[in-house]
Design a protein around this ligand. Structure first.
Ligand code: IMP
Ligand code: MG
Length: 182
């Protein structure tokens, strides 16, 4: 275990087992819906989650990434979501699945979905899928359509999630020791 970790919340094995089931849920849903699927991966937090999840989904899909940033280094969401000005994807007629690491205040997913709905040629459908959903009040009226794990309100790192850009490469999801959060 990493020296800064207080406790492991979700082990590597627990995560992989849940992702198998989640991939099956998604596969069943999009097979039933029909049409073309695009997975939109929100970077950097959902990189590891998306890589493992999407490899378990056997239906054809396109992959798109979007870099968003809401924390700007601390442990509280800043509420501002930055989009690259030159980002002009084409999702017309496609089913879009937005993948994020965690639903916390909801500001990130709310802002991303609002922006996607305003595209001149918006996707046919927009669904959201998160690895983690925190048990706390949301600042925006949004929930995730597909959820890996419901967790408490602790700040977590690992498996893509960072504290000041560290700990993303831990293979598990963990709570840090208080002294590691300066
Ligand atoms: P929201 O906009 O408050 O829902 O937060 C979404 C983003 O904040 C996530 O994509 C993460 O990057 C970050 N975030 C929220 N909670 C945590 C946490 O517990 N650990 C690490 N990052 C988090
Ligand atoms: Mg982050």
């Amino acid at each position: 275990m990493h020296k800064d970790v207080e406790r492991i919340l979700l082990s590597e094995r627990t995560i992989q087992q849940r992702l198998d089931a989640l991939a099956q849920e998604l596969t069943d849903h999009y097979r039933c819906v029909g049409g073309e699927l695009t997975a939109l991966v929100l970077l950097h937090g959902s990189l590891l989650f998306a890589a493992d999840l999407l490899r378990c989904i056997p239906i054809p899909l396109q992959l798109e990434c979007l870099r968003v940033s809401s924390y700007h280094g601390g442990t509280e969401s800043s509420g501002s979501v930055l989009f690259p000005p030159s980002w002009t994807p084409s999702f017309a007629e496609r089913h879009l699945l937005v993948l994020d690491d965690i639903l916390d205040t909801g500001r990130t997913l709310h802002a991303v979905c609002a922006q996607l709905q305003q595209l001149s040629a918006p996707p046919r459908t927009i669904k959201t899928c998160v690895l983690l959903r925190k048990n706390r009040p949301r600042s925006k009226p949004i929930d995730a359509d597909f959820v890996g794990f419901d967790i408490g309100d602790a700040f977590v790192v690992g498996y893509g999630l960072d504290y000041r850009e560290r700990y993303r490469n831990l293979p598990y999801v963990a709570v840090l020791k208080p002294e590691a959060i300066a």
